[in-house]
Every structure is written in structure tokens, then in C-alpha cells.
Design a binder for this molecule. Structure first.
Ligand SMILES: NC(=O)c1ccc[n+]([C@@H]2O[C@H](COP(=O)([O-])OP(=O)(O)OC[C@H]3O[C@@H](n4cnc5c(N)ncnc54)[C@H](OP(=O)(O)O)[C@@H]3O)[C@@H](O)[C@H]2O)c1
Length: 270
């Protein structure tokens, strides 16, 4: 049986030196980018770091993140994390607390597109992975940030035309992106009062590994492959750096109320 004193002692923990320093120092603003190892997320993380922001760059591939950090310098802080892992929320919370960060901006650019095939040929585990990456992972991230928001804060969720346009062969992606869009609509209503503005931003087709996957898909499984072939051949694929710059404008130069008032599209709002 635990004595009264022993029970009492277990409830008091003396902060260590690092925690004491953290408790007494002002919070430092940070921008979190998830999906920062390639494509749109990588370009955004590098752009934000190069324009003077402290960036917490999250993805699973530590080597790719370390390579970006070598280019971007100390403002680019890599955090190798699988946003779908059970311990993702607690690991991110510990990281934010230990660094005394206040989350001013958050860009959610994690994404997967494979396998590209008819929906009924897909495994349940594939559907779960798509939902985990596009929806559950995003909610995990918001939960982790709950006690760390700067006021006001902004969240960009990178979404796709596929949230509202059905494409044969792209059912896993379309279904989970549609769910993400509705999650965003609900969260816009729920978070705004606490100073967190959330906007879905559609970049249109961008030259990244997701479009590469579309281009190399079997046309029998993915009839819309031609749409991407045409975009590539006519030079209408955007470059990730152009999208990054657009995101930078939305985070830095658009008034908070305007940012929060609607969804954005690179093709019409740039
Ligand atoms: N490219 C387009 O035309 C286009 C159009 C509309 C919307 N989008 C959206 O834009 C976003 C970025 O895609 P992209 O085109 O830039 O493709 P990408 O180059 O493949 O980037 C996807 C990123 O997500 C990360 N990621 C995937 N699963 C993750 C996980 N479980 N935990 C943490 N990070 C994870 C990947 O890094 P690791 O593999 O290192 O984890 C990678 O950094 C996606 O949401 C995509 O749906 C793209």
C-alpha cells in the first residue's frame, strides 16, 4: 500500500533546468509544414524559412529533411515524424513544449495517391492509409497544436479538385480528399473563435511526384491520365515554388479576416 507521503510525492515533480528556462522565456513563433520532404510542402517550408520564419518541417524521410536543412540553414528545423503513427500527437507536443514554440502558421501538405486503380480492387488497408494521411493525420496535428497556438494563427490545408471531381481509378484519393474538405468546413466553424483561421487551398496541377504517379498510371485503370499528359505537354503544370510563394502571400500579406473568409485557388487568386 502506498503511504500518504509517497502518494503526495508522486504528484510533485520539480522542473528540470531546461524546463525552468523554457517556463521563463517568451514563446517563439514557428510555422509548421507537414509534407516538407518533397513537392509543394518542401517548397513551402524552404520559402518560409528563406523569408525569415522559423519552420518545423515534418515528413517521414529524415534524409530528405536533412538535405533541405543543409540548404535552408537553422531556420529550417527538421522533425522526422509519421503523422499517422500512434505516438505522433504526443511526440509533436513534446517537441513544441521543449522548444517553447507558439504555432503561428500551419501548412498541411501531406499526401499520398497510390495505388491508382478501381476503387473496388483496392484493399481496405489502402483506404485506411489514405484516410489516415489526409484526414486523421490532420486532426492529430490540430490536437497536438491545441495548447500551442499563437493568437491569431493561420492554417492552410492543401486540397485538390479531386475532393469534388470524381476520377475513375483515383477513388482512394478522391474519397479521402472529399472527407478532408468537409472536415475543414467543420473546423473553420469550430476554431475561428479561438483565433485559428483555416483555409482550404487548391493549387491546381503541380509538377510533383503525385502528378508523376498520374502520368505513369495504366490508362486502363486511370482514364483521366490524358488530362495530366495534356497539362504537362502544354506547360500548364505549376512549379512547387510558385505555389510556395502563393502560400507565403496568404500567410503573411492577406488580412486575417479575409484569409479566414473563404477557400483559395492558386489558379484564380494568385
Ligand atoms: N501535385 C498536385 O498536382 C497537387 C494538386 C492538388 C493538391 N495536391 C496536394 O498537395 C499536397 C502535397 O502533395 P505533392 O504534390 O507535393 O506530393 P509529394 O511530393 O508526394 O508530397 C507529399 C508529402 O507528404 C509527405 N507524407 C506522406 N505521408 C506522410 C505521413 N504519413 N506523415 C508525414 N508526411 C507524409 C511526404 O513525405 P514522406 O514520404 O517523407 O513522409 C511528402 O513530403 C498533397 O496533399 C496533395 O494531395 C497536389
Amino acid at each position: 500500500m502506498i503511504s500518504r507521503t509517497a502518494r503526495f510525492n508522486t504528484q510533485i515533480r520539480i522542473p528540470n533546468l531546461k524546463e525552468k528556462l523554457t517556463m521563463n522565456s517568451p514563446q517563439r513563433n514557428a510555422s509548421i509544414v507537414v509534407g516538407a520532404s518533397s513537392g509543394i510542402g518542401k517548397a513551402t517550408a524552404l520559402h518560409l524559412a528563406q523569408t525569415g520564419n522559423r519552420v518545423v518541417a515534418i515528413a517521414r524521410n529524415p534524409e530528405a529533411l536533412a538535405e533541405c536543412a543543409r540548404v535552408a540553414g537553422t531556420r529550417f528545423e527538421p522533425l522526422a515524424l509519421d503523422i499517422t503513427a500512434d505516438d505522433a500527437q504526443s511526440n509533436l507536443q513534446v517537441f513544441l513544449r521543449d522548444h517553447n514554440y507558439a504555432v503561428k502558421n500551419l501548412v498541411y501538405a501531406a499526401g499520398v495517391v497510390k495505388p491508382i486503380q478501381p476503387l473496388l480492387r483496392s484493399e481496405t488497408s489502402d483506404l485506411e492509409r489514405h484516410f489516415a494521411t489526409h484526414v486523421t493525420g490532420f486532426l492529430t496535428l490540430l490536437r497536438a497544436c491545441e495548447s500551442f497556438w499563437h493568437n491569431p494563427a493561420r492554417v492552410i490545408v492543401v486540397n485538390s479538385d479531386s475532393a469534388t471531381t470524381a476520377r475513375a481509378g483515383w477513388g482512394l484519393y478522391c474519397t479521402s480528399k472529399a472527407a478532408l474538405e468537409m472536415a475543414c468546413r467543420v473546423l473553420q466553424l469550430e476554431l475561428r473563435e479561438s483565433g485559428v483561421a483555416l483555409a482550404c487551398v487548391k493549387p491546381g496541377p503541380v509538377s510533383t511526384s503525385i502528378v508523376d504517379a498520374a502520368l505513369s498510371a495504366d490508362p486502363a485503370d486511370f482514364p483521366d491520365r490524358e488530362v495530366f499528359v495534356h497539362a504537362k505537354e502544354t506547360g500548364t503544370l505549376a512549379d512547387p515554388d510558385q505555389i510556395a510563394e502563393f502560400f507565403g502571400q496568404l500567410l503573411e500579406n492577406v488580412a486575417w479576416d479575409e484569409f479566414a473568409s473563404r477557400d483559395w485557388d492558386y489558379r484564380t487568386d494568385r
